[in-house]
Design a protein around this ligand. Structure first.
Ligand SMILES: Nc1ncnc2c1ncn2[C@@H]1O[C@H](COP(=O)(O)OP(=O)(O)OP(=O)(O)O)[C@@H](O)[C@H]1O
Ligand SMILES: [Mg+2]
Length: 223
C-alpha cells in the first residue's frame, strides 16, 4: 500500500515536471513562431463577413444562420485572407459549441442558431458572432492562451491565433455571454470583434491637424 502511494507520488512529480517543461517550450515557441505581417488592402468587410457565413452555412446545414449585414460595402484596410480565416475560426467555434450542447443533451425543441452582425460605428466596425451553444466555460479568463481547450479534438490554438490576427490589424476581440435567443432559456457565447474602419483609418476630418493634413495644406499653399 505504502509502495503504491510512493510510486503514484513519484509519477505525479514526473508528470507535473514534464507539463511545466512543455509549457516552457510552448511559450518559447510562440515567441519565435511569428505571424506573417498582414498584407493590407482596401477591402469590403461586408463581403468578407458574408463569404465566411456562406462558407460555414454550407458546412453546417442543420444550423440556422441569421446575418444582419449592411448592403453597401464597408471598406477597411485589411488582409482579407487573415481576417477571413479569423471569421471562419470564430463561426466554427460557434458551431462546435452547438455540437457540444447537443452531446450534453440539448433541451426539447432546440433550434441551433448562429447570428452574425456587422455595423459601422463612429470609429470602428463591429462584428458580433453569437450562438446558442453550450456557453462559455467557467474559467473563461484563459481562453485566449494557447492550448486551452475544453474539446477532445481541439488544439486550443484557434482563439490565440484569431486574437493575434485582429490585434495585428489594430482591433480587439472579446468573448462574452450571448443574449438569450427567442425560445431559449440558456445563453450561448458571443465573439465581439472591433476593427478600425471609416473615419478612424486615414480619412481626415475637418479641424484635424495630422501631419498628412498639414502636408496637404502646405502643398495647397494655404499656410
Ligand atoms: N462559441 C463558443 N462557445 C463556447 N465556448 C467557446 C466558444 N468559442 C470558444 N470556446 C471555448 O474556448 C476554448 C478555446 O477555443 P479555441 O478555438 O482556441 O480552441 P478549440 O476550438 O477548442 O480547438 P481548435 O480551435 O483547435 O479546434 C474552446 O475549447 C471552448 O471551451
Ligand atoms: Mg476553435
Amino acid at each position: 500500500m505504502g509502495d503504491e502511494s510512493d510510486r503514484l507520488e513519484a509519477m505525479t512529480d514526473v508528470i507535473v515536471r514534464q507539463t511545466g517543461d512543455l509549457r516552457r517550450i510552448v511559450d518559447e515557441f510562440s515567441k519565435f513562431a511569428r505571424m506573417p505581417e498582414p498584407d493590407r488592402r482596401h477591402e469590403d468587410l461586408a463581403r468578407l463577413v458574408r463569404d465566411a457565413v456562406m462558407l460555414q452555412q454550407t458546412g453546417q446545414p442543420d444550423v440556422t444562420f441569421h446575418s444582419d449585414l449592411p448592403d453597401a460595402p464597408l471598406m477597411a484596410e485589411l488582409d482579407a485572407t487573415m481576417i477571413g480565416q479569423a471569421l471562419t475560426n470564430l463561426i466554427k467555434n460557434a458551431g462546435e459549441a452547438i455540437q457540444s450542447l447537443r452531446e450534453k443533451g440539448a433541451p426539447d425543441g432546440f433550434v441551433p442558431e448562429i447570428r452574425v452582425t456587422l455595423h459601422q460605428r463612429p470609429h470602428d466596425a463591429e462584428i458580433t458572432i453569437a450562438d446558442n451553444g453550450i456557453g462559455l466555460p467557467e474559467d473563461r479568463a484563459r481562453l485566449f492562451e494557447p492550448y486551452v481547450t475544453t474539446r477532445n479534438e481541439g488544439t486550443g490554438l484557434g482563439l490565440p491565433i484569431v486574437k493575434k490576427i485582429i490585434e495585428e490589424h489594430g482591433g480587439s476581440l472579446a468573448l462574452e455571454d450571448a443574449p438569450v435567443f427567442d425560445g431559449n432559456s440558456h445563453r450561448g457565447a458571443m465573439a465581439v470583434i472591433r476593427l478600425p474602419s471609416g473615419q478612424a483609418t486615414g480619412a481626415i476630418s475637418p479641424g484635424e491637424t495630422t501631419d498628412e493634413a498639414n502636408k496637404i495644406k502646405q502643398e495647397a499653399g494655404s499656410t
